[in-house]
Write a protein that binds this ligand. Structure first.
Ligand SMILES: Cc1cc2nc3c(=O)[nH]c(=O)nc-3n(C[C@H](O)[C@H](O)[C@H](O)COP(=O)(O)O)c2cc1C
Length: 388
């Protein structure tokens, strides 16, 4: 019996299959080794403490909406046209009068220093190098002024309304003074949320988290640079009392363009049109707000139809491939935002990782555009996709 076992082990050791298996890289150790943006997910998991990875990955409840965001893209097929001269492709994209090199935008993600010590500044440098638009979160761990300097061009500022009108006005003034041309009001988190995956991973983290995170969550908020010098006593980021009247007041209080992030229905898109809103980001917060079970790519067509042609519509949620970007543009989005993929890149390799993620998506998009006979962004019309 023992001899059989020995023989079997000798056979295994000599097997070319085992040699092959040993060569298959599990986790990439440099950005250049990535074959797609998903490769950065495992690298981020390896680089981060479990609690921080949990914050990055979590959805809400059963994470069904996170999964739906990916599944939604599988229901859309492509209809490539042949014999078009696709020697060149032009990915330039216009948003509120500014022309960007491509339609891939960096979504606001809070607390980026939880993933890498250079946080939002590393992302800004990557955005500058890869000519991408960056949207900065209210709960950024670097100030808007620092980020703007690193980006070398204006970034958009994402606004959580907060439970205080005064605090909200101060944030708006600061973003305006820093030179942000666009204010992105997030409207999908009026109350709390149930981030169960994050809680589970937190429990596996054996470090003493209280060394970095105060036990009082309000204190964590007060330490964020955008709240510096503001009295945050009893103020939270959510505002359950916010209504369309609040949106109109905000609209009248600033010269920045106003974009609403978190719209998923035709009715609300129509309300945007009637409330002076300039743009919409179709978003479910990457499945981190309410467990709707509905993907953003499914919501996009009804929002585009409700918004009419004067309001620019962007979309985010589950975008991991150039084909996903292509499908979103075909269904009426002017641009797309990515969240987790660039945060994975940041966590694993800092600025270089973010750059590689942006570049891979751009290259994949260019490839599918040319494969489908579409040479410019406006040429990506509704007829290039089939929704099952
Ligand atoms: C870790 C993390 C933090 C986020 N923080 C914010 C935020 O501060 N403000 C906001 O409007 N959205 C926030 N989002 C949502 C993103 O802006 C975006 O809607 C979402 O990540 C897109 O989905 P994706 O991650 O599948 O690409 C966050 C998302 C993640 C993953």
């Amino acid at each position: 019996m023992r001899e059989d076992r020995r023989r079997f082990l000798r056979f295994l050791a000599a097997s070319p299959l085992l040699a092959q298996a040993q060569q298959i890289p599990g986790v990439i150790d440099k950005p250049a080794d990535a074959l797609n943006v998903m490769d950065f997910e495992a690298a981020a998991r390896k680089a981060l403490p479990p609690a921080h990875f949990g914050y990055l990955q979590t959805g809400v409840d059963d994470d069904e909406t996170v999964k739906a965001n990916r599944e939604g893209f599988k229901r859309i097929q492509l209809r490539p046209r042949r014999l078009v001269d696709v020697s060149h492709a032009d990915l330039r994209t216009e948003l509120f009068g500014t022309v960007w090199d491509h339609p891939i935008v960096i979504a606001p993600v809070g607390s980026l220093k939880a993933f890498h010590p250079e946080g939002e500044v590393a992302v800004a440098r990557a955005a500058r190098a890869r000519k991408a638009l960056q949207i900065l979160s209210t709960v950024t761990t670097s100030s808007v002024e620092e980020v703007m300097q690193a980006a070398g061009r204006p970034v958009w500022f994402q606004l959580y309304p907060t439970s205080s009108q005064e605090v909200m006005s101060k944030l708006v003034r600061r973003a305006e003074s820093a030179g942000c041309p666009v204010l992105v009001l997030t409207v999908d988190l009026p109350v709390g949320r149930n981030t169960e995956t994050m809680e589970r991973l937190k429990r596996t983290d054996k470090r003493d988290c209280s060394a970095c995170h105060p036990s009082d969550p309000g204190a964590g908020l007060r330490r964020k640079p955008m709240f510096e010098g503001i009295n945050m006593t009893n103020v939270g980021v959510f505002n359950p009392a916010m209504t369309w009247d609040s949106v109109r007041r905000l609209r009248d209080s600033t010269r920045m363009k106003l974009v609403l992030k978190g719209i998923v229905t035709r009715e609300d898109a129509e309300m945007c049109r009637n409330s002076g809103v300039d743009g919409i980001i179709v978003s479910n917060h990457g499945g981190r707000a309410d467990e709707t079970g509905r993907s953003t790519i499914e919501c996009l067509p009804e929002v585009v139809s409700g918004a009419g042609d004067k309001i620019g519509v962007l979309v985010d949620g589950g975008i991991r491939r150039g084909t996903d970007v292509f499908k979103a543009l075909a269904l009426g989005a002017r641009a797309v935002c990515i969240g987790r993929p660039y945060a994975w890149g940041l966590a694993a390799f800092g600025q270089e990782g973010v750059e590689k993620v942006l570049e891979m998506l751009r290259v994949e998009l260019e490839l599918v555009m040319r494969q489908c006979g579409t040479r410019t962004i406006p040429e990506i019309g509704r007829s290039v996709v089939l929704v099952r």
